[in-house]
Write a protein that binds this ligand. Structure first.
Ligand SMILES: Nc1nc2c(ncn2[C@@H]2O[C@H](COP(=O)(O)OP(=O)(O)OP(=O)(O)O)[C@@H](O)[C@H]2O)c(=O)[nH]1
Ligand SMILES: [Mg+2]
Length: 433
């Protein structure tokens, strides 16, 4: 059965992985001033924000939308997604330095990575307090640790891999997948890697440089990475952001202040402010009174100290950067993975979950990865139950091997599969024999 997508948070000690995780979830991962605070990988549920199917033009059922998991507020749906906080990584991890091997072993479960970078430059490569460290180095060495880890394992056995490859007349995809499946790879991942490179030589003739090229391309395929430049609230951050922005693909970079999001969610929970997760503004009691609500929205009054902290946070983060950025970190990871939200319903005409009296719509939403087929979605929702057929809007049946790709079936509303749009919510009605 296809498993749920998993996003791994990686980075050196004290870059802010646990804080980022906490800012996205309600779990309390241990956050501390000490390096290697996170010894055990921590899994937690974060929420990916997507436009909900209930608010698509022509559907307009926002008032009836009641997710079983997550939430839907004014057509913005929060869909649960699993996150993994991986223990601190230091240079030399592929040779077992720090918690190296452990880190790398945990990593193999992840489908995409969020590299949390301390962009303030106040921690060195090993996570110790300093000033003026150049965080652009972290991006380079962290990737190189992953590549060298995979490459090292492959080179160790290359002689016998090659001999076997020739002896059994395997394809390059078969041989490589045999070696790379331990990193959570599939044959498709390997095939895409080789397609991307378009190599002419047969595997047995690959040079060391070619193998390294293959491992680099495989790393890109298997571990698409969002670079989360964290601690943007720090005064030293600006010059480092500017430098990194010039070096990296802008699509991979997100600016964030995890600690600000944690702080705002806490104040909102305690009834001091009104704040929508990830948004660009917040309201205090005074703000609401000024806006004409004599009760101040029922919020508690803030003392001077908290008011000053909020004002600083507004100036340094919300006004300057538009938000704390953490919600975008997850959205970007989902984009890199090409995740497609699918809304399975029992009744394709009213989008409810079954019984005649049911009124709540779009109770479920599952996220499937790039390349998933209608059959994969079926098995994800229904498990091993034999499949009769899958229907879509208008009661039209869809083929089991039809790939669920954002935009692929981006056709008019009246034809079938119109729902695989970008952003691509889709409806499935699933029948069991
Ligand atoms: N200024 C600032 N500090 C932050 C931010 N996020 C995290 N920190 C601080 O950075 C320190 C390390 O944060 P953690 O979240 O524990 O870091 P980690 O990457 O999980 O560290 P290990 O578990 O040791 O690998 C803590 O003192 C946090 O309060 C941020 O957005 N801004
Ligand atoms: Mg931690």
């Amino acid at each position: 059965m296809p498993r749920d997508p998993l996003i791994g948070l990686v980075g050196k000690p004290s870059s802010g992985k646990s804080t980022t995780l906490n800012s996205l979830t309600d779990a309390t991962s241990k956050v501390g001033m000490y390096i290697f605070t996170t010894i055990d990988p921590q899994r937690a549920i974060g929420y990916l924000q997507i436009p909900c199917a209930c608010s698509r033009p022509g559907i307009d059922l926002a008032d009836k939308c009641k997710p079983n998991y997550g939430s839907c507020v004014d057509g913005r749906r929060s869909v649960p997604i699993e996150l993994l906080d991986v223990a601190g990584l230091v240079p030399g991890a592929h040779m077992g330095k720090g918690l190296g091997n452990r880190f790398l072993d945990d990593l193999r479960h992840a489908d995409a990575l969020v590299h949390v970078v301390d962009v303030s430059g106040t921690t060195d490569a090993e996570g110790k307090a300093t000033r003026g460290y150049d965080p652009s180095q972290d991006i380079v060495w962290l990737r190189s640790e992953i590549v060298r880890w995979i490459l090292g394992n492959l080179m160790e056995k290359w002689g016998s891999i090659k001999r076997r490859h020739v002896a059994i007349k395997a394809t390059a995809v078969e041989t490589l997948q045999n070696q790379l499946s331990g990193y959570g790879s599939t044959s498709q991942t390997v095939a895409r890697t080789l397609d991307r490179l378009g190599l002419k030589e047969p595997l047995q003739d690959w040079t060391d440089a070619t193998i390294e090229k293959v491992v680099n391309a495989f790393t890109d395929e298997k571990f698409p990475t969002v670079i989360a430049l964290n601690k943007i609230d720090h005064p030293d951050a600006d010059k480092n952001i500017a430098k990194i922005a010039k070096q990296q693909d802008p699509k991979s970079i997100v600016l964030c202040s995890a600690i600000s999001e944690v702080f705002l969610r806490k104040l909102a929970k305690q009834g001091y402010i009104k704040y929508t997760e990830g948004s660009d503004f917040l309201d205090t009691r005074e703000d609401l009174i000024e806006a004409g609500d004599p009760d101040g929205g029922g919020l508690k009054p803030l003392d001077e100290k908290l008011l000053t902290r909020i004002d600083n946070l507004k100036d340094l983060v919300l006004y300057r950067f538009g938000s704390t950025g953490v919600v975008q970190v997850l959205s970007r990871a989902a984009e890199l993975l090409g995740l497609v939200p699918v809304f399975p319903v029992r009744n394709i005409h009213n989008y409810t979950s079954g019984s005649a009296s049911a009124t709540a719509v779009f109770r479920d939403c599952v996220l499937v990865g790039r390349g998933s087929t209608v059959g994969d979605v079926y098995r994800k929702v229904m498990g091993d139950a034999p499949m009769a057929y899958v229907e879509t809007k208008g009661g039209v049946r869809v083929a089991e091997d039809d790939v669920v790709v954002a935009g692929k079936n981006d056709v008019s509303l009246s034809s079938f599969l119109y729902f695989f749009l970008v952003p691509p919510p889709c409806f499935l009605r699933i029948f069991q024999i």
